[in-house]
Design a protein around this ligand. Structure first.
Ligand SMILES: [Zn+2]
Length: 185
């Protein structure tokens, strides 16, 4: 496992954003956050909030460490931190874009819709827990993201290596962490 984590760190350090892939810098930032989560023993997922081309908030999953918090998925951490810092009105996220290393789950999809962010893009799909396929059917989707919510909740335009990296970051620990949650039943 150690070498695999080292390999992931090397791949992140070696990656150079492709100028033709507009989301590369932001998904790379998500991957770095996901790596920080991996080091801590949390789900290796990272997110950044971007406004006018600048990252204004970044964070990662903190479900397991320092103590169990069922709500602290990466997207939730980032939106909560931004709202606490900006202390704005309900338009505070208008025009902002949330990037995540992994396709958001249903809890995060609803939060992101409620937040009013303009769009959500992710590095790796999540076949088990992702919500992009159903986002159009969520009760608040059309009110908050317009008629084509799914078009604004989509895979990032980023390099293939970055997509693979976002998925590979999960591999050292995801099964073990999922098993911890399943054991509760
Ligand atoms: Zn989530």
């Amino acid at each position: 496992m150690g070498s695999s984590i080292n390999d992931l760190e090397k791949r992140i350090a070696a990656f150079i954003p492709d100028p033709k892939q507009e989301h590369d810098p932001f998904i790379l930032a998500c991957a770095k956050e996901a790596f920080a989560a991996l080091r801590e023993g949390n789900f290796p997922v990272g997110s950044v909030l971007v406004r006018d081309g600048q990252v204004i908030e970044s964070g990662h999953n903190r479900v397991f460490t320092p103590y169990f918090r069922s709500d602290l998925h990466a997207e939730m951490s980032v939106i909560t931190a931004a709202e606490d810092r900006l202390r704005g009105d309900p338009t505070v996220h208008s025009g902002s874009v949330l990037y995540s290393s992994l396709e958001p789950c249903l809890m995060c999809a609803l939060r992101l819709l409620n937040s009013g962010v303009g769009a959500v893009f992710y590095g790796a799909p999540d076949p088990k827990g992702g919500s992009a396929a159903v986002v159009d059917q969520l009760p608040v989707a059309r009110e908050h993201m317009g008629q084509e919510a799914r078009a604004r909740f989509a895979p990032a335009s980023c390099s293939d290596e970055l997509k693979k990296l976002c998925a590979d970051l999960l591999s050292p620990v995801a099964d073990k962490l999922c098993a911890l949650l399943e054991q509760r039943n």
